[in-house]
Ligand binder design. Sequence first.
Ligand code: NAD
Length: 429
Amino acid sequence: MILEATKPGVDPAMEKEFNPWLAAEARFNEAATLLGLNDGFRKVLKSPAMEVTVHIPVELEDGRLEVFTGYRVQHSIARGPAKGGIRFAPDVTLDEIRALASWMTWKCAVVNIPFGGGKGGVICDPSVLSQNELERITRRYTASLMDVIGPERDVPAPDMNTNEQTMAWIMDTYSMHKRSTVTAVVTGKPLNLGGSRGRVEATGRGCLFVTLQALRKFHMDPAETKVVVQGFGNVGGKAAKLMHKAGMKIISVIEYDGAVYNPHGIDVAALEKHRQETGSITGFAEAEDMDRFEAMFLPCEVLVPAAKENVIHSKNAGKIDAKIICEGANGPTTAEADKILDEKGIFVIPDILANAGGVTVSYFEWVQDRMGYFWNEQMVNGRLEEIMVNSFKDVVDYGERHKVHNRAAAYMLALDRVAFAIKLRGIYA
Ligand code: NAD
């Protein structure tokens, strides 16, 4: 049976395994137990520092008045301002925002950038809202959060259904209230409004850097490396392009509507052009079409799941035939699948490390905005490489020292860093 990741509730048999909050909790508990954290510290690390709910009245195009609900959660500010995206979606819940905010805390701690974790969301359906309505929602949401966000407090970024334009509106609204232009209040801005060079490719480039480190560790030659990439979007598309450029053979690309396969390697730029012209990766002349589920099990050195969550689960992990998995997506592997991959000896570069290139360049954007001095792309990429290489080494060394797999090591390292910061600061009473 081939199962695909579904939202909780759609496939009852897998509902528990696919539940993101249970997954976040499982990873937290495993790391906390391995670290021997006491109950008090567990409570502190689990509890969000602040949760805000705002009700946003907005006049719609047809003159009706509607009230939207928005959230901002700061999970931790122990190591610096909260950092994390804002999503617009009809099914946003406070529970989801909480779990995603804690995920950001661990991700920022793994790559050792001076941020805590946050996340925000507005319950709305962008597909039925006009640009004007989205702008009004964004501005009123921002105005309601004037005392919550800020360059030294909490720095939002784009997430699902929000983009550079949304960030420009937030920056403008915040600046109008502050009576001066404050570009560092958000990241992921357009380049000419204080955005950073290299941001668009940063997550895919981060995947490349950690994959090269893993190949090096196992004395594997990039030119002999076969790669399968799932998801040909921002993360997977850029990772595939950069890995191809680094000499690796991209033997298969998997999308939601099919997969393509060429054992000699796919010209990624030509595939991108084909998709732009036809709307699909399938039917590409230089590769065969293939079943998208079977393509996940192709023998390869590197598998890059870069599409969505829960694609590697207890029912299919046993069939994965890769030496290294570089998790470009957030949460592509379930906790049950972790055990199977570990038993098979697959070297997993966990999401909170593998896809942290994006938040790392967001950090660079914030630094550049605060300095008012902007770096060229070479400098951004060089500094990103340094952070990704050092973080890879930190996680792998930690795992070897404590005899745990990479995901447990990444979480332990992150929890350890945040707990240490809290200990040093002390509990203010
Ligand atoms: P995206 O929308 O640009 O790309 C996702 C691609 O995956 C799309 O082309 C989509 O068609 C494809 N896809 C969707 N379902 C699929 C399926 N079942 N099988 C195969 N392909 C499928 O999104 P993105 O920004 O590349 O994000 C991908 C993942 O990476 C998400 O989990 C996201 O949270 C995570 N992530 C993104 C960033 C970033 O900087 N963009 C940073 C960290 C993590």
